[in-house]
Design a protein around this ligand. Structure first.
Ligand code: CMP
Length: 183
């Protein structure tokens, strides 16, 4: 029985040009890439995708990392009409926004299929903290491409329920997580 899981290459993976290398690993390990889209997550969609982490201290930072900020819109809408005194504070905020825009961007979302896809993809990507992965799982994707516990390059569903939720989050027409073989 085949299983489907949701895999995502995060902004640091796309910006670091790891996409092709990661796809080679995916195919080498026997996964089929059933569907694939590039998505630009905004605050609302990233918050709802990661809703289960909403009470964690790293949540605001995770959402910044996963979304790309519309710096110019922000400047025009918020700062242009401000009184002079507030503009200094605003300048600092804009500086932060620019910094953030360098490590955020689109994500590449894929539906992977194979037997035991959920657990196998999780073990292939390695532990959440990419620093630790470099020591304990040196052959994992996060060891190869990730930086730390947040910028860990890839995502994988952690259970059948998550896979179901996350696949339907991005793909309306891929409904069932398991498929039966008829051969
Ligand atoms: P992911 O597997 O996509 O699921 C939740 C994400 O939150 C995780 O990868 C990291 O990007 C981020 N994350 C998890 N733990 C931490 C942490 N301790 N500090 C910062 N970010 C984290």
């Amino acid at each position: 029985e085949k299983e489907k899981t949701l895999a995502m290459i995060k902004p640091d993976g796309l910006l670091g040009n790891y996409t092709e290398r990661i796809k080679e690993v995916i195919v080498d390990y026997g996964f089929s890439i059933l569907r694939e889209i590039t998505a630009q997550l905004d605050q609302d969609s990233a918050s709802s995708f990661y809703a289960e982490h909403s009470s964690r201290s790293f949540f605001p930072s995770l959402i910044n990392y996963m979304t790309s900020c519309k710096v110019l819109n922000w400047i025009f809408l918020r700062i242009f009409p401000m009184p002079k005194t507030k503009k200094i504070v605003a300048f600092v905020c804009v500086f932060q926004a620019f910094r953030q825009s360098f490590d955020s961007g689109p994500v590449l979302v894929m539906v992977l299929e194979k037997e035991n896809a959920i657990a196998d993809w999780r073990s292939l990507i390695g532990p959440t903290d990419a620093c630790k992965a470099k020591i304990t799982h040196p052959n994992s994707i996060r060891a190869m491409c990730g930086q730390d516990s947040e910028k860990n390059c890839v995502h994988g569903s952690d259970s059948l329920l998550s896979a179901q939720r996350e696949i339907s989050f991005f793909f309306e027409d891929v409904s069932s997580v398991t498929t039966h073989r008829y051969d």
